[in-house]
Design a protein around this ligand. Structure first.
Ligand SMILES: Nc1ncnc2c1ncn2[C@@H]1O[C@H](COP(=O)(O)OP(=O)(O)O)[C@@H](O)[C@H]1O
Ligand SMILES: Cc1ncc(COP(=O)(O)OP(=O)(O)O)c(N)n1
Length: 264
């Protein structure tokens, strides 16, 4: 059995965060574990409140896992504040964690800050250098490099700059572009454009969480990084295609077994 860990915030509505990650791990046949950084009261319409877990408790959860159930891959999502970021970095170093997928979550689709704006620098300094792959969306890539990212050529420029912060590889997600759903992967040598059809739906809550945890799941299964990203792209495309029109706002992606994997 392969094991994967998500270090992220809880979404009470089940569409994003820890809940989306664990559903994604299960759909890949992976045993999922969690380190909860923050609890959000959230549904398809928005975030009603946020309560962060103490940094010591974040570290204790990591200790509990790494000293008994060492994961094959780790996904990091909402990290909320600088003290939590520093504690996660300490845990990753103490336990020599390698296969880290970092989704630099900053603002929910509904507009709530999931990372304190003053903590962006800590994220860049402490967590990016410990990551195998960083997966910003257009807005997050722009915040990281201090310049708007609006086109495929901007995405490539951003990927290069984020690599300079110490990331080993970067996927800049183009979910918020128009036209095909095109993401850019950069490994320091080559650029890859990973494209799928754009699905016409408003129900895209949790797309970034689902995509990054699917990359982690595929790494845990033993696939190389390019193959893991390709498979994750197929998975998120299926999860959006089958997304759920539940609740009164932006419905969530849907996770299901026996998903068809095809080249995109
Ligand atoms: N409507 C859509 N149709 C197909 N793929 C999409 C759609 N929206 C987002 N994606 C894909 O979902 C993944 C997550 O991207 P994105 O939505 O930009 O992340 P985030 O949730 O962090 O903003 C990317 O692979 C992106 O291309
Ligand atoms: C607890 C929590 N973590 C992360 C997010 C952001 O998730 P994402 O997949 O980017 O989806 P949207 O918020 O953009 O729908 C979240 N909302 N909550």
């Amino acid at each position: 059995m392969k094991l994967a860990l998500t270090i992220a915030g809880s979404d009470s509505g089940g569409g994003a965060g820890i809940q989306a990650d664990l559903k994604t791990f299960s759909a890949h046949g992976i045993y999922g574990m969690s380190v909860i950084t923050s609890i959000t009261a959230q549904n398809t319409m928005g975030v009603l409140g946020i309560e962060d877990i103490s940094p010591d408790m974040v570290y204790l959860q990591m200790k509990a896992i790494f000293e008994d159930l060492y994961p094959d891959a780790v996904k990091i999502g909402m990290v909320s504040n600088e003290d939590i970021i520093k504690m996660i970095a300490k845990g990753l170093k103490d336990y020599n964690v390698k296969n880290v997928v970092l989704d630099p979550v900053m603002i929910s689709k509904s507009g709530s800050y999931l990372l304190k704006p003053q903590a962006v620098e800590a994220l860049k300094k402490e967590l990016i250098p410990l990551s195998l792959v960083v997966t910003p969306n257009l807005m997050e890539a722009g915040e990281l490099i201090g310049k708007e990212v609006k086109s495929v050529s901007d995405m490539k420029e951003a990927a290069k700059k984020i690599l300079d912060f110490g990331a080993k590889t970067v996927v800049v997600k183009g979910g918020h572009l128009t036209g095909d759903a095109l993401d850019v992967f950069y490994d320091g040598k080559e650029f890859y454009e990973i494209t799928s059809e754009r699905i016409d739906t408003k129900n895209t809550h949790g797309t970034g969480c689902t995509f990054s945890s699917a990359i982690a799941a595929n790494i845990a299964l033993g696939h190389d990084l390019v193959e893991s990203i390709k498979r994750a792209k197929a998975y998120i495309t299926g999860a959006i295609k089958h997304s759920l029109a539940i609740g009164h706002g932006v419905g969530p992606t849907n996770h299901f077994w026996n998903i068809e994997i095809r080249k995109v």
